[in-house]
Design a protein around this ligand. Sequence first.
Ligand SMILES: NC(=O)c1ccc[n+]([C@@H]2O[C@H](COP(=O)([O-])OP(=O)(O)OC[C@H]3O[C@@H](n4cnc5c(N)ncnc54)[C@H](OP(=O)(O)O)[C@@H]3O)[C@@H](O)[C@H]2O)c1
Length: 326
Amino acid sequence: MKAAIITEYGRTDVLHVADIEMPTLAEDQILVQVKAASINPRDWLLMRGLYPFRSLAKPFPITLGSDMSGTIVKVGASVTGLKQGDDVFGMQPIGGKFGAFAEYISIKATAVALKPAEISHKQAAAMPCAGMTSFQAIRDLAKLKPEQTILINGASGGVGSYAIQFAKAVKAKVVAVCGPTNAALCLDLGADETINYKEENFENQQDTFDVVYDVIGRSSLSKSRAALKKGGCYISTIPAPMVAASVALSKLTALNPLGKRLKGHMILVKPDGRDLASMADMMKKGTVRSLIDSDYALENISEAFEKSQSWRTRGKLLITMPTSSL
Ligand SMILES: NC(=O)c1ccc[n+]([C@@H]2O[C@H](COP(=O)([O-])OP(=O)(O)OC[C@H]3O[C@@H](n4cnc5c(N)ncnc54)[C@H](OP(=O)(O)O)[C@@H]3O)[C@@H](O)[C@H]2O)c1
């Protein structure tokens, strides 16, 4: 089968489309013919040897890609509830598993959900990692409520574009931080207000936000302190030691009755078929959509990687497979 692989760490020139062996199938996995896949920064962080969990990735050659949508061609011996011919979408967990930029992937059955017929493979493939990160951050960490205000820093990218929509689904007020060319897009996704980060620093506001969701990781709990209301929370998507340390410290300072009692969190998305199914249901009802920046054939994946590394993506970048009929 064809797959986008790396045989060493480096810039985009180490990424090649090659013919490789079909993946093996464990008893708790399904073998999926991939129709569409989508890029996340973790793909090129691994390519460049910068991915924090790179030691868990299997030895070279590594097939990149974690998010996909496609059709089951085989199910493992212990899999129940899924069968050959079902359309599914899902993601590999944060850690060492990748493999979605290929014509076939073997993936744990619990890390996928059935793709509703009303949703295209492209719409579904865009959502798993970026969508579920925001879905779980907003529901489980922010515990966002209708009367609350959330600031989303990095609102026009993959994670941020879903965050706007999930926060609006809760009926919270959404303030989207984005560049000047992306304000209209964020408002169109449902944001109530935008802040142009090139002209205004949200960190200078006072007691304004219940939640600062720092998707792009350019702020911090301490820098967001003034802008957060008493009892508010800061969530980072960046699994870095400094973030983990500030999150741990916030557990202590939150106990100080005279302080602002702010909570810090670091989201680490967990693949969950039930959450994927809930998001697909919202997509079916029109509450959420995938914002697709552009769509590349597998053979042109290097161009997509260059675009992603520019940090200028609006929504998601898609990869479609040579054998897919979408
Ligand atoms: N921990 C986890 O479980 C987890 C899961 C998924 C993703 N992540 C991480 O989350 C981060 C975001 O991922 P993503 O897929 O959303 O990335 P992305 O789609 O590539 O983000 C691109 C967006 O970032 C915006 N941006 C760039 N610089 C900015 C700045 N200084 N201030 C505000 N916005 C800025 C850009 O808008 P402009 O062009 O307007 O600047 C662009 O729309 C990555 O670091 C990724 O690794 C973590």
